[in-house]
Design a binder for this molecule. Sequence first.
Ligand SMILES: Cc1cc2nc3c(=O)[nH]c(=O)nc-3n(C[C@H](O)[C@H](O)[C@H](O)COP(=O)(O)OP(=O)(O)OC[C@H]3O[C@@H](n4cnc5c(N)ncnc54)[C@H](O)[C@@H]3O)c2cc1C
Length: 566
Amino acid sequence: MSYRAPVSEIRFLFDHVVGFDQVSATERFSDATPETVNAVLSEAGKLCEEVLSPLQRAGDLHPARLENGIVRTSPGFADGFRAIAEGGWIAIAADPEHGGMGLPMAMATAVNDMMSAACLSIQLAPLMTQGQIEALEHHASDAIKELYLPKLISGEWMGTMNLTEPQAGSDVGALITKAEPKGDGTYAITGQKIYISWGDNDFTENVCHLVLARLPDAVPGTKGISLFLVPKRIPNEQGVPGVANGLKVVSLEHKMGLHGSPTAVMQYDGATGWLVGAEHDGMRAMFTMMNNARLGVGVQGIGVAEGAYQHALAYAEGRKQGRTENNSITDHADVRRMLATMKADTFAARAIALANAVAIDMETATGHADWAARAALLTPITKAFGTETGIDVAELGVQVHGGMGFVEETGAAQYSRDVRVTAIYEGTNGIQSMDLVGRKLMDGGEAAYRLLDEMEADAEAARADLPDLAEPVWQACETLRETTEWMVTKGAQDRFAGSVPYLRGFARVLGAHFHLKAARADRAGKHERLAAFYIHRLLPEHVGLLTHARQGADDLYALSMDDLAA
Ligand SMILES: Cc1cc2nc3c(=O)[nH]c(=O)nc-3n(C[C@H](O)[C@H](O)[C@H](O)COP(=O)(O)OP(=O)(O)OC[C@H]3O[C@@H](n4cnc5c(N)ncnc54)[C@H](O)[C@@H]3O)c2cc1C
């Protein structure tokens, strides 16, 4: 079954649920008129349906491989990447000064959603490049911007991010890659990086690595980390790639899924690098890229959820089993439950991601601290809930297929295998949850309470016309508020012990808020019926989650490692 880009669903979310009108009303984004949004989403949708979607199986069946030190990519990927680049889709949100479209992040997010659904492996390439573009825009010198941004934006060059080392995964501060000043303004980078997505390819004329490393006088931990731009080929001043730099791909990982994306072990042997941002301030610059990528990875999950859902729905509509009115399994209550869960959760996760992107756009357009805090609060929720939704929906997709879900040729299993990594990379979902209850509640819960105030006011306003939906949403907001108050007053260990259920509980309630908005905009329509399903059947999960979140750490650590012995 081929993928159909959900353009009208995204338009509905923009117009009625996530407040995109606020973004297009700003001077900065006044170009994002309804006509432009329509044109961009339709064009991108066409690319995803016609060009990228056919690459999905090719990437799975013919993984990227390493031949004599050269990465050979999956069939059709070179043309797919070129089509993405030529359409301008790498740089929708990038600064027009260097060739970007300068459009809102919300539009880039919608396009990334569709590209992820069509072919996740290839979409990771522009995603990495987008993050690098944003990091360079904010932190690089003018000379680096002039030289690199036009090439990255046009897709002639590709960008990667290099944090992870064998001993430094979640604990980035443990990295040991060295950077030695060469006395000419450049640095010699030496060390090994592992799991580098799209560490190399055989179709862009250069690959630019953003590498975290330590200067000789660096203090231990994250405070001693600096960021360097290390190109595969060193460009001259005109941007023509010249001599090969001192780096190579040592091997590619054999993975559970995402086979079309080459995941590389990289060796840097005195490779020439250029500092991005100030010395020892690399994490600040890298965080620009990581925050971009965290939203982007959450959206990968949502895109895959959409793809898996469409796939399962088409199969279910054609599958006859048992006595049913429509002669298909869609008449069975449990199949209905699975399909409705998939659709309702995808809607909730997509609304959260788009609201996150709207907050980023409003921060960009107004510079207001409240929008910055809203974006920061929503980022770990988007990342973790978006990717969990991708995993859960893809898993349900396998189940809807019955035995054929376990057979590779239907493609249902591929969604499940491909999306699994999204909960792991770009900061595991456990780390996202700690970020939420740690850093993001460090303001005494102010940003969370401001959001809860809005959610409760909306539920209050909906009481008159939709009491059956408004009341449970309002109650759920109250429970989330109480749990947030609990979190804010507790020590780190107690908060961390409940962080994962807290994040999921938060997302559940936030999802209900967006479903309620959709129901109000589509009275007696499909969005009202989907909202009723979500609020009555999926929202109640928040009670268990938030109860779990408030248990503290004592009983967790009362279980000794001996108790846990196998
Ligand atoms: C396919 C793929 C692509 C990737 N692409 C890139 C890339 O392009 N660039 C890059 O730099 N990296 C990349 N990574 C690496 C990825 O970001 C790391 O795998 C991830 O950050 C987790 O690190 P780790 O594997 O060392 O796991 P660990 O850090 O060892 O974590 C193991 C488990 O312990 C938990 N844990 C660890 N520390 C804590 C803590 N303090 N508190 C609570 N729980 C904790 C984790 O949540 C996890 O469940 C990629 C990985 C994969 C598999």
